[in-house]
Design a protein around this ligand. Structure first.
Ligand code: NAD
Length: 416
């Protein structure tokens, strides 16, 4: 991600604000993250030397509730990226109406170059450095790129030691044994699938007549593929970082998941194609579920699908968005399509705060209610304001944010 990513994120805010019932003061407030923290984390390495790592935590907006957003361990983490991702989290939480704001964090590090012990020291050091700026009622981190349930467990443990009490609600994405929620594993793919199901109902689709191509067969892509194929959709292409496979007759998704899980590779099936060619297949539904910026100005005109479900964060660039919209392609945007993940993270926080553990059925039922309600609200707004679905989604989020900000007063109220 380049350094102007925060500026680009804010540009989408300006565009959507024209379609939302929001005061210019509120838009201006959202331009500025509420808090941005840069920390240095000294770590004693296994060879006895000390290395100092740089970490960040941003709480973009907490008007609707404590910050919420992952912690990324990656060599390319930057201040601008963390701010942009925190802003997106503010919009994502407001899109689905959960009572949380936007947060994000990260450390500039290649975790694959650290030993397990160094990784634990770094994770605990990060939590010590940000402990006074996070918390169950302040800002609630979660896993992101190259962080996982074990790292969340170390951080929760460190935070609990600092505040002197068991505090599972400080962080989500924990192992279930330490207060993690059932149903978090497949929540992102499931939330995206619920969006597709609602669209299919609106369009009177028979799933058996529709084909799907999925770029990225990891957590999000696999679960989406499984749920879609279970109701009859034909998944004709999937891919991982090595390349894609394509079979117009439909792939055996259970077999592919089993092979990918046990061998780390896709099973041989159909023909082999490139990841770029997968995006341009003439399927009904395209699901980018791997990387950002894969649908760009240079390939948008060649996208064959009439519906794009963005499970990945930021897979479509702004110019590509325009090309797809002009061509009549519906893009279900990331902040809605992949919001199932943060929604079940919110469930985890709510369970931890209340001391209850919900059954898997309860988690699915509550996720279903939220995703169906918010997908249809965004679709209705899109029809009313006659925009692409991303703009409608941001406008929907901004309407909620505006209400929360403006109930405390605007210039007009204080002038009267
Ligand atoms: P993952 O690591 O489980 O899977 C990623 C998949 O993408 C893997 O199959 C990998 O092989 C593949 N991939 C990597 N490089 C590729 C390339 N160049 N071309 C094609 N495929 C490639 O990750 P995930 O959790 O499934 O996340 C995927 C996307 O969804 C990311 O953009 C992530 O930010 C987003 N997302 C995930 C969640 C979640 O809860 N997992 C929530 C919100 C958003």
């Amino acid at each position: 991600m380049s350094d102007d990513i925060f500026a680009k994120a804010i540009a989408r805010l300006d565009n959507a604000a024209r379609h939302a019932d929001i005061h210019p003061e509120t838009v201006n407030r959202l331009r500025h993250p509420k808090q941005f923290l840069e920390v240095s984390i000294p770590v004693r390495m296994d060879d006895g030397t000390q290395r100092v790592f740089t970490g960040f935590r941003c709480r973009h907006d907490d008007t609707r509730g404590p910050g919420k957003g992952g912690i990324r361990f990656h060599p390319n983490v930057s201040a601008a990226e963390v701010k942009a991702l925190a802003f997106w989290m503010t919009c994502k939480c407001a899109t689905v109406g959960i009572p949380m704001g936007g947060g994000k964090g990260g450390i500039i590090v290649d975790p694959h170059k650290l030993s397990k012990k160094e990784l634990e020291r770094l994770s605990r050091g990060y939590m010590r450095a940000v402990a006074h700026n996070v918390g169950p009622d302040v800002d609630v981190p979660a896993p992101d790129v190259y962080t996982n349930a074990t790292i969340m467990a170390w951080m929760m443990d460190e935070y609990s030691t600092i505040v002197g009490k068991h505090s599972p609600a400080v962080i989500t994405g924990k192992p279930v044994e330490l207060g993690g929620s059932l149903g978090r594993g497949d929540a992102t793919g499931r939330g995206g699938f619920y969006c597709l199901r609602e669209l299919a109902t609106r369009r009177n689709w028979n799933p058996a007549d529709k084909t799907i191509a999925i770029q990225g067969f990891g957590n999000a892509g696999q679960h989406f593929a499984q749920l879609a194929s279970q109701v009859g959709y034909k998944v004709t292409a999937i891919s991982d970082s090595r390349g894609a496979i394509h079979d117009p007759a439909g792939l055996d998704i259970d077999q592919q998941i089993q092979t990918k899980t046990t061998t780390g590779r896709l099973a041989n099936a159909g023909s082999t194609i490139t990841n770029e060619a997968l995006l341009e297949l003439s399927v009904d539904i395209l699901v980018p579920a791997a990387l950002e910026n894969v649908i760009t100005e240079s390939n948008a005109a060649n996208i064959g699908a009439s519906v794009v479900v963005e499970l990945a964060n930021g897979p479509t660039t702004a110019p590509a968005d325009q090309i797809l919209h002009n061509a009549g392609t519906l893009v279900i945007p990331d902040i809605l399509a992949n919001a199932g993940g943060v929604t079940v993270s919110y469930f985890e926080w709510a369970q931890n705060k209340s001391g209850y553990a919900w059954t898997l059925e309860e988690v699915h039922e509550r996720l279903n209610t939220i995703m169906a309600r918010e997908f249809n609200a965004v679709h209705d707004l899109m029809d009313t304001i006659n925009t692409d679905m991303r703009t409608a989604c941001y406008a929907h989020a901004l309407n909620r944010l505006a209400k929360a900000h403006e109930v405390k007063g605007t210039a007009a109220m204080f002038a009267s």
